[in-house]
Design a binder for this molecule. Structure first.
Ligand SMILES: Cc1ncc(COP(=O)(O)O)c(C=O)c1O
Length: 466
């Protein structure tokens, strides 16, 4: 469910017409619904209330400072994967003591900083990492809280690039090796607190079956670790999927009772897992990212050209793969809808493409939509997760703006990046720079610089840094 809907033919986010926002803030533009985010969190909390549960928001899904501030207001924990993310949680007012720190490549500096700040637990991905954390904790005279990330070798039945829990993936420690590792850690790693155990089998799971399969496999191990090492938590990771195909329709309760009745939901997740988890008597952590923010955001884009070729039509829009890389990276689907509904029943078939010089810069192939023209706006639905967080400056494109809507209020989460700041941290090597007066005389005489090109590279580099 979400709060994007048509009212009098216009797409609204809560009580605000999206067109009004894009006319003010420009395009491309991310727009998020606060109410949708809050309701997604509430549904998870209510469904899982019979358990002693902590929700650690996987901020990799959407790490905008304002979104983190909202999560902090809701007193969520966070799943972080770098010291940059942990520091940002701290800055946004989140509680680092409710953070789990995951990732296969934690550096010494990251572990040190996290230990000094104080976190809930490291999710440890390898034996060398466990040794490294033990050594650093010893130096700091601290006990490092750790959970081993178990690779249960269960197929999540999702896209290969977001499957994480099989032995073909780089994540976690093989299920069969885990118990012996806890034994070794208890005996040899005196600076560790064996606090829990963790798994994460993949992302965008649309059915509860793979979760059930993995949890059932984990249960005997969790019981052993609880009894022998007194672990206090079992983290199931993230992975609850959202409706991309019928994204707009999935905003209404009707869709969930009809077409979407078999689709995963917090309630189905809870019904399937609570009977398995409750008897364990340990704290349960979940690390949802996509479920919380995915359907709470859209990417708005302007139609620049409609290009007809003998083979097909192309609608060239001003958003591109640098703003939303999921279609190019995962062949993922985003439903595309107009900000203004058309009065005609006529439709066209077109590829919706961005301006980037890559054939992969295509948001939708053979998309059926009402005829569009230059200046019309479209929205890519369900773009709230793994959208802006993965955005980059490819092709010299400034990052888009982001706006959060709450009821009839709207405010910026991020201003549109300005072209000059896209090269803010770049420079021209010293030996390539020269002042105008150092230029060979005859060159200067031959070709007097035009007024607009008077700056030498050296001066340009200086002014860009300002
Ligand atoms: C360890 C871990 N936890 C949680 C998540 C969040 O997954 P999702 O956004 O599908 O809920 C991920 C995603 O990659 C992850 O790797």
């Amino acid at each position: 469910m979400h709060d994007f809907h048509y009212k009098n033919g216009k797409l609204f986010c809560e009580n605000v017409a999206v067109e009004d926002l894009v006319k003010q803030a420009g395009s491309p533009l991310y727009v998020y619904s606060q109410k949708t985010i809050v309701e997604n969190v509430n549904r998870l909390e209510i469904a899982l209330a019979p358990l002693d549960v902590t929700i650690c928001y996987a901020m990799k899904a959407n790490a905008s400072l304002g979104i983190l501030g909202l999560m902090a207001c809701m007193e969520l924990g966070f799943d972080v994967v770098s010291i940059g993310e942990l520091r940002k949680v701290h800055f946004a007012g989140g509680d680092t003591k409710r953070c789990v720190f995951a990732g296969v490549g934690k550096t010494e500096a990251e572990i040190t900083d996290a230990l000094k700040l104080g976190i809930y637990s490291f999710n440890v991905e390898s034996i060398p990492e466990l040794e490294r954390i033990n050594r650093i904790a010893g130096k700091l005279h601290k006990k490092a809280p750790v959970a081993i990330r178990v690779n249960p070798n269960v197929d999540a039945e999702t896209h290969a690039k977001i499957t994480t829990g099989t032995y073909a993936n780089k994540f976690g420690i093989a299920f069969e090796e885990v118990e012996a590792l806890y034994r070794k850690a208890k005996r040899s790693y005196k600076n560790l607190h064996l606090k829990g155990v963790q798994m994460h089998i993949g992302s965008q799971l649309t059915d509860t079956a793979p979760f059930v399969k993995a949890v059932k496999k984990m249960i005997p191990l969790v019981k052993t670790l609880r009894d022998k090492y007194d672990i206090e938590f079992f983290s199931l990771g993230g992975g609850i999927g959202i409706a991309y195909q019928d994204a707009l329709e999935s905003g209404s309760a009707d869709w969930w009772q009809t077409k979407g009745k078999d689709f995963i939901s917090p309630e189905k997740f809870a019904d399937a897992l609570i009977p398995l988890l409750q008897p364990l008597g340990v704290k349960i952590l979940i690390e949802p990212g996509r479920f919380i923010v995915g359907n709470a955001g859209i990417l708005v884009t302007r139609v620049e050209y409609v290009k007809q070729t003998p083979k097909k039509n192309f609608v060239v829009v001003d958003a591109a793969m640098n703003d939303l890389i999921r279609p190019a990276l995962y062949d993922s689907y985003h439903q595309i809808v107009p900000l203004k509904q058309s009065r005609t029943q006529k439709t066209i078939k077109a590829d919706i493409v961005g301006p980037i010089c890559e054939s992969g810069d295509c948001f939708s192939h053979d998309c059926t939509l009402a005829p569009v023209k230059e200046g019309d706006y479209l929205a890519l639905m369900s773009a709230g997760a793994y959208g802006m967080t993965m955005a980059c400056n490819y092709n010299g494109r400034p990052l888009p703006a982001e706006i959060l809507v709450s009821g009839d209020q709207a405010d910026y989460l991020r201003l549109r990046e300005n072209i000059h700041t896209t090269w803010k941290y770049e420079g021209i090597p010293q030996w390539l720079l020269f002042e105008e007066e150092e230029q060979p005389k005859e060159k200067k005489e031959k070709k007097a610089p035009k007024k607009s090109s008077r700056k030498t590279p050296k001066k340009q580099a200086k002014s860009a840094k300002k």
